[in-house]
Design a protein around this ligand. Structure first.
Ligand code: PLP
Length: 364
């Protein structure tokens, strides 16, 4: 017996996706994003599969510490940096690189006397308006950081693109020009591109690229799938039918009775729900693979179950395999049906779902 819901991770695809990054950004060093539990795929497992990236990046200090405690010796950048002196101590202790984006961080550095103890990325805010210093402050900040003994020289320089997933939005080129003009003449390596930059904006390619979602085989763009971009998806979310029943015309299915059948219908109940990370807002009609064939989801997604219309799968029976996304059913398509982006789907897979590398590893 296998558990109702599990996800199979095709780790062989990781090297393929990394090779795609390298072919799009020839000569660039790759900082592989493994934040948010490796986009829901398992951070340590993904870091293991991405050993030959040039560095890892995580969002938070505790994520970096977890990688170090698991024995990873690779360079690791912490994208949110630190918020207090104690957190800086942790970065130093675990030899993690810090992104520096705030005056608070600058002042903490200025109070320290250690010598050449930390590698930093100075972050410029070129239009995301989230983290980073404004271009007008850059010169001054750079000089102040330059005078801090604790910081290893040269300081690396980065920014983050806000709209790169929209290939028609010229904001991206404006951000890139502002960055290039601001850092012109300063030494230090540069980094701009996320996945959408790597795949869509050659102008954003420079010393380092920072791919996230594309390493997981997923498209950063709203109008394509990873497969269409030459990527191989890693995660496949599985479940099974746990009930099959005939319902009558006029029967309402699920909470709120948001879907009522218009004729006698063979209904399937699948053991997956928002308690597993399946999106609560997936609409009636969202495709689900039952025995490898598409059937529509009907009614509301509940915590542990969804219902599907088995009109075109009349022989389906309890125990039959179900795929919620994976081969033949791109996660990008499910995201569109749920008015979200595929990032949220893979990141949102919950603890209840066993992540395995092959079906035979699934444990009861
Ligand atoms: C998450 C993140 C990335 C990667 O973004 P993708 O869209 O997943 O490629 C790159 N840079 C920064 C600063 C990030 O926070």
């Amino acid at each position: 017996m296998i558990p109702a819901a599990y996800a199979v991770l095709n780790l062989d695809a990781v090297q393929h996706n990394l090779a795609k990054v390298r072919s799009c950004a020839p000569g660039a060093k790759v900082m592989a994003l493994v934040k948010a539990n490796g986009y829901g795929h398992g951070m340590l497992r993904m870091a293991e599969a991405l050993q030959n990236a040039d560095a890892f990046a995580v969002a938070r200090v505790d994520e970096g510490i977890r990688l170090r405690k698991a024995g990873f010796k690779n360079r690791i950048a912490v994208l949110e940096g630190f918020t207090c002196a104690e957190e800086l101590d942790e970065l130093l202790h675990y030899q993690l690189d810090a992104v520096v984006h705030s005056f608070t961080q600058l002042e903490i550095f200025e109070a320290r006397t250690e010598q050449q103890a930390i590698v930093i990325w100075l972050k410029l805010d070129t239009g995301m308006n989230r983290l980073g210093f404004k271009a007008k402050d850059f010169n001054d900040i750079y000089q102040r950081l330059n005078r801090c003994p604790i910081i290893k020289q040269p300081i690396s320089l980065m920014t983050h693109l806000a709209n790169a997933d929209d290939k028609n939005d010229d904001k991206t080129l404006k951000q890139i020009s502002l960055f290039n003009e601001t850092v012109d003449g300063f030494s230090g390596e540069r980094s701009i591109a996320n996945s959408a930059g790597i795949l869509g904006w050659k102008q954003s390619l420079t010393d380092w690229v920072r791919p996230g979602v594309m390493l997981y085989g997923i498209s950063p763009f709203p109008d394509s799938t990873g497969e269409q971009l030459g990527l191989k998806p890693i995660m496949e979310l599985h479940s099974q039918l746990i009930a099959v029943k005939q319902i009558e015309k006029g029967d309402a299915v699920g909470y709120g009775g948001s879907w009522t059948c218009e004729k006698p219908t063979m209904l399937g109940v699948v053991a997956i729900g928002y308690g597993d990370g399946y999106p609560r807002y997936a609409k009636t009609g969202t495709p689900v693979l039952v025995n490898g064939k598409r059937v529509p989801l009907v009614g509301r997604v509940s915590m542990d179950m969804i219902a599907v219309d088995l009109e075109f799968q009349p022989d389906a029976k309890p125990g039959d395999p179900v795929i919620l996304w994976g081969d033949g059913l791109p996660v990008e398509e499910i995201a569109r049906c749920a008015d979200t982006i595929p990032y949220t789907l893979v990141c949102g897979v919950t603890q209840r779902v066993q992540l395995v590398e092959k079906l035979s590893d699934v444990k009861r």
